[in-house]
Design a binder for this molecule. Structure first.
Ligand SMILES: Cc1cc2nc3c(=O)[nH]c(=O)nc-3n(C[C@H](O)[C@H](O)[C@H](O)COP(=O)(O)OP(=O)(O)OC[C@H]3O[C@@H](n4cnc5c(N)ncnc54)[C@H](O)[C@@H]3O)c2cc1C
Length: 173
């Protein structure tokens, strides 16, 4: 069995790490020619950090993130409204992290490449559509200039393309 994952964002890379841990082969195809640390600050809440810690990433995340102690809310005049402890400070058994999305993506990418091998993340391959062929799935790709690339066969194709997914659009047509 080989899983083809489309998109090397937060979801695709996390899925790749989980499949690798389960002993299921996968390759991740990413449209961008190079993976760069882009994005804004996000919070990884305990239900999500539990999964990432179970993948052995707590130490790597703690190095690049703020281990969140509390949330504080203020009104537009800067007057304090409310605060609440977060992560381990709130009694969870895992931390909450405040982290730049790009830093999170790089932690996931580094771990996936180290565990699965650099050849398992293929950049510059934009998936255009998928189709069934008996028990297999075929994913079609193009390069950054729109030139077709060789189609790839897998047991299953999983879209992790984010909010502008072409595969979701294809399946909803
Ligand atoms: C301002 C802002 C703040 C946010 N704050 C939080 C927060 O505090 N906490 C939180 O949990 N979430 C937060 N989010 C949401 C979080 O960033 C997203 O939910 C998350 O990045 C989505 O992950 P994803 O893997 O689905 O998509 P993405 O991370 O967007 O990755 C999709 C990847 O697929 C690639 N791709 C797209 N189409 C194709 C294709 N056809 N073929 C090949 N590759 C393709 C893209 O290049 C990209 O690398 C925030 C989002 C924004 C915008």
């Amino acid at each position: 069995m080989e899983v083809l994952i489309v998109g090397a964002g937060i979801g695709g890379l996390t899925l790749g790490l989980m499949l690798h841990r389960a002993g299921i082969a996968c390759r991740i195809f990413e449209a961008a020619p190079e993976l760069k640390a882009v994005g804004v600050g996000i919070n990884i809440l305990p239900h999500a950090s539990r999964e990432l810690c179970a993948l052995g990433l707590e130490e790597a995340l703690a190095k690049v993130a703020v281990t969140t102690r509390e949330y504080c809310f203020y009104n537009r005049f800067g007057q304090f409204i409310y605060s609440e402890p977060a992560g381990r400070f709130a009694g969870y058994d895992v931390p909450q992290f405040s982290i730049h999305r790009g830093d999170l993506q790089m932690v996931l990418l580094d771990a996936f490449v180290e565990r699965a091998g650099s050849g398992k993340v293929i950049t510059g391959w934009r998936c255009t559509r998928v189709e069934h062929d008996g028990p297999e799935a075929i994913a079609h790709f193009e390069d950054v200039n729109g030139k077709p690339l060789p189609s790839q066969r897998g047991s299953v194709v999983i879209s992790a393309e984010g909010i502008h997914s072409v595969l979701r659009k294809q399946l909803s047509e």
